[in-house]
Design a protein. Structure first.
Length: 88
């Protein structure tokens, strides 16, 4: 089983968030604001450009998927798109 990162280790990670098991947001954690609260830079789906910055608490992030690098993050998105297209 993978060891959970320390809270400060989340800073810099790329992410996908989910709501009702559907992809909701994509972004990157840019800072730790306080214990258990992080500042997230969201990115638009269409162009991947930065949009809003939002605060999230750790409980809000429990179903998120995290990536260490932008390349891993983009690759996972591309695989998800391919899987969605293949199902249709």
């Amino acid at each position: 089983m993978k060891k959970l990162p320390k809270p400060h280790d989340f800073v810099g990670k790329f992410l996908f968030s989910f709501k009702n098991h559907e992809l909701q947001w994509q972004g990157q954690i840019v800072g730790k604001v306080s214990e258990g609260v992080f500042l997230v830079q969201l990115h638009e789906w269409t162009k991947g450009q930065s949009s809003d910055q939002v605060l999230f608490s750790v409980p809000d992030m429990m179903s998120w998927k995290f990536f260490d690098t932008a390349d891993d993050w983009r690759s996972a998105l591309n695989e998800s798109i391919k899987a969605t297209v293949a199902v249709r």
